[in-house]
Ligand binder design. Sequence first.
Ligand code: P6P
Length: 340
Amino acid sequence: MSEDFPNTDIITLTRHILSDQLRLGPAATGDLTLLLTAIQTTSKFIANNVRKARLINLIGLAGETNVQGEEQKKLDVLSNDIMINALRASGKTAVLVSEENEEAIIIDDKFKGKYCVVFDPLDGSSNIDAGVNIGTIFGVYKLQPDSKGSISDVLRPGKEMVAAGYTMYGSSANLVLSTGFGVNGYTLDSSLGEFILTHPDIKIPARGKIYSFNEGNSMYFHSPVINYLKSIKFPANGKSPYSARYIGSMVADVHRTLLYGGIFGYPDDKKSKKGKLRLLYEAFPMAFLTEQAGGIATTGKGRILDIIPTSIHERCPVFLGSKDDVNDLVKFYQLHEDSS
Ligand code: P6P
């Protein structure tokens, strides 16, 4: 086929999810496919609102109500409503946990399905006025056997998730997803209204040249982090120092780390005893994706996906990225352990 012939065999997210389902054979009921399709739809809807929100911010609507006199919802509340409504209506969920809701949502029997979704509907939304990429992060558990859906279905280690992903809203909408068979990235073609496979089988490089920490917290860092950062900023034996890249939006920092390699870290420190990032709907999904892409995700002292949550909004330290870089960091924790 000549170079300028349009690709007539585009792989959409829906087609790709279906191929995963077919891989599982007759045991697969198609419920996860339909759930992920619902999540895909929320990402398209949120992407549309994020794009409009910036325009509205530029035009500036009067006060808290828009020109129709409707109450104008904050974008993250709007995104949260979009996700809760779509996940409930899918009929495939039993328990929902959202960063925006204090309590878990137990879906009424009429719409109850066999999956639990934990999500941050719009992580990093405080960055939107600056046009910084933000995103939706989600993880999916299957209900435990004989469970009708309760909080115990989501207070489980992240390694029991059956799917995880994020959608990053920026110059385009990028959805990155794993259902346990590797990681794939899709870009929204808004003219088609379809997410198209653009990053098949993402594999994180074994080592990178970028570190991504908020060094504004350096005075609070514990010594293993201080010593690790020193080792890559002032490397011995003539090696070049690492480059610093920190966007302050987890989805954007993790997306770059998955594609370029290196290390992203949000440590616990003297000010934030358990770090800042939430375990269930930030650390677990990103750790799941990182491991599926061949990287490592740790608290510095243990594998993030092994943690058993005790509450739905608990926080945890996060270091994730290229296995050689993250292992270098872990060595500083081990040295600290050995010397104490
Ligand atoms: P800091 C955004 O508010 C967020 O939850 C993550 O997306 C991001 O990685 C982190 O907080 C940034 O936190 O303290 O560096 O501004």
